[in-house]
Design a protein around this ligand. Structure first.
Ligand code: FES
Length: 106
């Protein structure tokens, strides 16, 4: 089972670790199932950039980035090399350990 560590740009939110995540779930779905706030205005179909996150490690165990996703990341606030869209980050391995940083959601 995969493990996802969440940290937050907002200093008022404490880091959260979610264990026992089955592969096939997206990072957005993991946030929804664990009451972690991550915007998702388009409903998770790669048509906005509100689910923007930073994958600080574990990227190799996520589905590869698509051209469409890259286009939307360009429109996100403060994109970095580690930027992804949470709804497109499908976890591919049961051994994955993924570090996700969630930008300020306000
Ligand atoms: Fe819109 Fe992820 S929720 S792209």
């Amino acid at each position: 089972m995969a493990t996802v560590h969440f940290s937050f740009e907002d200093p008022n939110i404490k880091p959260v670790t979610v264990e026992n995540v089955e592969k096939g779930y997206s990072i957005l779905e993991v946030t929804e199932d664990n009451d972690i706030h991550l915007n998702h205005n388009c409903g998770g179909v790669c048509a906005c950039s509100t689910c923007h996150v930073y994958i600080n490690s574990g990227e190799d165990d996520l589905e590869e980035i698509s051209d469409k996703e890259e286009d939307f990341i360009d429109r996100a606030i403060n994109p970095r090399l580690e930027s992804r869209l949470g709804c497109q980050c499908i976890i591919l391995s049961d051994d994955a350990v993924i570090e996700v940083e969630i930008p300020d959601q306000s």
